[in-house]
Design a protein around this ligand. Sequence first.
Ligand code: ATP
Length: 240
Amino acid sequence: MLEVENLAVSYGSIAALRGMSLRVDAGEIVALIGSNGAGKSTLIKALAGLVVPREGDVRLHGVSLKGRAAHERARAGIAVVPENRRLFGAMTVLDNLLLGAYARSVWGRAADCATDLAQVFHLFPRLRERERQLARTMSGGEQQMLAIGRALMSRPQVILMDEPSIGLAPKIVHDIFEVIRALREQGRTILLVEQNAAASLRIADRAYVLELGRVIIEGPAAAVWNMESVRNLYLGGVQE
Ligand code: ATP
């Protein structure tokens, strides 16, 4: 579904990605873990077309996205659930969801998006209850649900999630991971960037561990979970 080949991104003299290669197959959750500054957010930005790589390529269904702007990538099927949600705070929950469908619908016509809205409301009943509420007045967990719902409204081929659990209470983190698991059961394809390595490895099919802009470990999530070096560095030495 999504292939990243030898991607290099620099911010001035700082090399954030140094020849990164990975793939996400259809219908799987791939976890990307790594410490602060490993390059996780930069990878998401490069995939979304928000930073321009110095080298390398990204392909969706075998088609190169080189030179494609962020809005073209969104139309091609790449949806982002950005770090810190990035909702339109002064707009209602419903309008945020409809904006997610902007690229493929006539703006403002909820009827065009009725099926997708029904699916999102089924997954997140709270969003239906609060559809007229301003996004900025929703709780942190509700805002995260809205950010995921907005991504789903674009009928994505692949969903890139950047730290969906950040800043949320443990109970809400658990709920968000359950939602991600449910999305996989629907056959969705997800690249999941997380500092919460334990929770993301529990639900992922495969995982990549990044360090200083490179992949240092890759494999089935269960195998990565069992590696002593990963446990010591990223899982706080958990034994299970
Ligand atoms: P975190 O988990 O802390 O969010 P990360 O793995 O997402 O980290 P990135 O945010 O991708 O890491 O950063 C990778 C490297 O690029 C870091 O050294 C960071 O300081 C640097 N970097 C990121 N954004 C910029 C920027 N806009 N200008 C300069 N350097 C940047």
